[in-house]
Write a protein that binds this ligand. Structure first.
Ligand code: SAH
Length: 241
């Protein structure tokens, strides 16, 4: 996991792996190229944006055959839309050992930029050229009215807005679009579900963005019990005792 963009948001483990890799295959459409500066002078570097799964696996196999280590560098955390299961299954079939090093997801970068309060977060995407299971369509998930973080869908913003309005949100529900969270060029658009498409277009945002909706940004929220002077916990006696 490369982290969301800022090069110092990779984990120490991730950075150490980049420094010692013989080969790095990075997701060039999203990973900050500054991270490649950690690679040693003899490291072979491939951009997976221009490769198929078969080509990625062939590079890994070649390196393994001569006892070299490959880092497959995914943006954010690999478990979110990283298409890693198919890689792991293929590596298992080839008898090649691997390890998954977590990263800071872009949704954590967006959360850090937004200062919201939320109980439940649904992480999903809008169905586009790639379908989603029927029960997981955006309009169905929107019925919960929870906070939703929508990946991979900024290019479908009009359809996203329509689907959200079919659920529990109203045109007045707070929404935000976070472009390039944690990058120097990070941009945040605060709007409502009703103005989501219009505001995104007006800001000129067409890619590398998360859509976040729900009452998470509302001015009204309940203070935590955990830090309430009255509340007794396992570690602290409150004034309620
Ligand atoms: N594994 C990644 C997500 C990969 S899918 C993660 O954990 O973040 C690619 C999508 O992630 C993009 O279309 C965009 O919606 C989102 N994304 C990735 N990096 C981002 C960033 N820095 N700011 C906002 N959205 C980002």
């Amino acid at each position: 996991g490369a982290g969301p963009g800022a090069p110092d948001l990779i984990t120490r483990r991730g950075a150490a792996l980049l420094q010692t890799a013989d080969c790095i295959i990075y997701a060039g459409s999203l990973v900050n190229p500054a991270l490649l500066g950690l690679a040693g002078p003899d490291c072979a570097i491939y951009n997976s944006a221009e490769m198929t799964l078969e080509q990625v696996l062939a590079v890994m196999k070649e390196n393994e055959a001569v006892h070299k280590t490959t880092v497959r560098l995914h943006t954010g955390d690999p478990c979110l839309y990283g298409a890693i299961r198919e890689q792991m299954d293929a590596l298992d079939a080839m008898g090649i050992a691997y390890d998954d090093t977590p990263g800071v997801s872009s949704f954590c970068g967006a959360a850090a930029a937004l200062n919201g309060v939320s109980q439940t977060v649904i992480i999903t995407r809008m169905e586009g050229r790639t379908p989603v299971p029927e029960g997981e369509r955006l309009a169905a998930l929107a019925a919960h009215g929870a906070t939703m973080v929508i990946f991979l869908s900024i290019g479908l913003i009009g359809r996203v807005q329509d689907a959200l309005l079919q659920g529990a949100y109203t045109a007045a529900t707070p929404a935000a679009v976070v472009y390039k969270a944690t990058w120097p060029e990070q941009k945040i658009v605060h709007c409502t579900v009703g103005t989501l498409a219009e505001s995104t277009r007006a800001a000129g945002i067409t890619k590398t963005a998360l859509i976040v909706v729900g009452d998470f940004l509302a001015a009204q929220y309940d203070r935590s019990k955990l830090y309430d002077p009255a509340f007794t916990t396992e570690f602290r006696r409150g004034t309620d005792r």
